[in-house]
Design a protein around this ligand. Structure first.
Ligand code: FAD
Length: 488
């Protein structure tokens, strides 16, 4: 450990959803103060109500904390890990270390505001400075409002105002050294938290697909900017191509700042010296994330209740076998099943597939968007309360700026359009591997000889469709009409 000014009281940097050292305002202010820095992470299982990290997020968290701990150790510091009630663990850390200040990054989840103000009161009483910083978003949600002072509920005007006014913060380098606090305090061992799955260990696909941590995030961004970004506008919708950044889990765990992503894409724009649709589209997606957070902060019930009141009484179906078929990728619609199996194997699903599978659950199967939201929450490595809830509501038609409920994706046409040769389906649904492109999105329509050559027996080696598309569409539209009629 590096030597610190004898007796100087440390600043605790309470790490929450920003597991990085670069571009970290709470950390850089602590370093700048000249005091020794005590990095602390608290796993508080009770803080997040029913939105505790899901299985895939726990896997990512374990790996990410490990990487952060190593990055801090390389600089002479030590990441302290504690598990339990946040107020209790912060108080203990203050008492044990003699800290006189705590720095942290603002949280936006519905429980964060009350937690932060309770802690503020607690530490004011103990004469400990409790300082909040930004950094998780490009800008604070309260800073962008309509001319009449209300939060935006429609993305296009939000984006126009955002693009016009926003400029990113300047980059802030990671501290070169951490000066050690005068008193050592105890830390948990991350392995004792049992965040990783064991019996069974389903994480092999996640390990193969991802490198959690700040280095992994940096490599993702650099690779994307140097390669995929140039064709992002068209490539981002193609299921069979690696056409997007795959930055979402790194952003969800704060291993990279959205400002770093914005700056890197803008620099590519400046290099071109002209407008570029791909870069603009990417910046716009980063702004979607801001929009979702803005919705969450202004409508904190969004994860649990529809934003459009008329959907509160919507009569969702209750057939649980359909839910199981959807979760396991056994609906008989290859594009839906490919998406759900990609999710299970890698903890990630392509955005287009998220829209198709979400539409299928809420329209074809008439199951509530909250069931899909909960499954994604448990299985996505990028599970993010704001993005997940806002997007589920968007697809289900009950969100603020949602696709209308009656816009029902046809899973066969979506497959043919965004996976034209069927490569995405073949990759994730290997039992259809030998079907030709003209049959791979609707195996039940193929002639007997084609099916035989491909070794496919519909209903046996691959399921028959669990619902008929046309009938399901008609049923969904009828349900929507009757819910409108029932509206008070
Ligand atoms: P890119 O296309 O490279 O986009 C760059 C970044 O912009 C993403 O990493 C993400 O942070 C942001 N972004 C892109 N699209 C959206 C969007 N529609 N809404 C908000 N932010 C966006 N995203 C999550 O991060 N966490 C979730 O839990 C989540 N749940 C979703 C659930 C449903 C039903 C749907 C339809 C979408 C969901 N999304 C979620 C949004 C989107 O699918 C992912 O952000 C995207 O697929 C991540 O891949 P990428 O990093 O390659 O994205």
């Amino acid at each position: 450990m590096a030597k610190s000014a004898a007796g100087a009281s440390p600043v605790i940097v309470w790490f929450r959803s920003e597991l990085r050292l670069e571009d970290h305002p709470a950390l850089s202010a602590a370093v700048k103060s000249g005091a020794p820095v005590l990095p602390l992470y608290i796993l508080d299982d009770a803080a997040a109500d029913r939105w505790k990290p899901g299985g895939a997020s726990r896997w990512w968290l374990a790996k990410s904390l490990d990487a952060l701990g190593r990055d801090i150790a390389k600089r002479g510091g030590r990441l302290i890990l504690r598990r339990g009630d946040t107020a209790r663990e912060l108080t203990r850390a203050v008492e044990e270390s003699g800290a006189t200040a705590i720095h942290f990054t603002r949280g936006y989840e519905p429980w964060s505001g009350a937690l932060e103000s309770g802690l503020h009161t607690l530490f004011s009483g103990m004469d400990v400075a409790f300082k909040r910083f930004g950094g998780r978003l490009l800008q604070e949600p309260e800073d962008l409002r309509t001319a009449s002072g209300n939060p935006y509920q429609v993305f296009t005007p939000f984006w126009r105002a955002f693009r016009r006014d926003f400029s990113p913060s300047r980059p802030v380098a990671a501290p070169e050294r951490f000066s050690a606090p005068p008193r050592e305090i105890a830390s948990d061992e991350i392995s004792h938290w049992k965040l990783l799955p064991v019996k069974p260990d389903w994480s092999g696909g996640l390990t193969a697909a991802w490198e959690p941590g700040e280095d992994g995030a940096r490599v993702r961004l650099e690779t994307f900017i140097a390669g995929t970004l140039s064709s992002y506008a068209t490539g981002r919708d193609r299921l069979d191509q690696f056409g997007t950044s795959h930055l979402s889990p790194h952003l969800a765990f704060g291993e990279i700042s959205p400002a770093a992503c914005w700056r890197a894409a803008s620099a590519a724009l400046n290099d071109k010296g002209s407008s570029d649709q791909s870069i603009e589209t990417f910046l716009k997606e980063l702004a979607w994330r801001e929009f979702c957070y803005s919705l969450l902060i202004h409508f904190p019930k969004m994860p649990d209740e529809p934003l459009r009141e008329e959907f509160a009484a919507f009569k969702w179906a209750t057939v649980s076998t359909d839910l199981t078929a959807w979760q396991r990728g056994m609906t008989g619609y290859p594009i839906v099943d490919a998406g759900m199996r990609e999710l299970w194997a890698t903890g990630y699903m392509h955005n287009r597939a998220r829209m198709i599978t979400a539409s299928f659950l809420t329209k074809h199967l008439q199951l509530s968007w909250t069931l899909g939201e909960a499954w994604f929450w448990d299985t996505l490595v990028d599970a993010d309360l704001a993005n997940n809830a806002a997007n589920w509501q968007w697809v289900a038609g009950c969100g603020a700026d949602a696709a209308p409920y009656f816009r029902i994706f046809n899973p066969i046409l979506q497959g043919e359009k965004f996976d034209p040769d069927g490569d995405y389906v073949r990759r994730w649904v290997p039992e259809l591997e030998r079907l030709p492109a003209n049959a791979v999105h609707s195996p039940w329509t193929a002639d007997a000889a084609t099916l035989k050559r491909a070794g496919v027996v519909v209903g046996k080696t691959y399921p028959s469709p669990i619902v008929d598309h046309k009938a399901a569409r008609a049923r969904a539209l009828a349900a929507y009409e009757s819910s409108k009629a029932a509206k008070p």
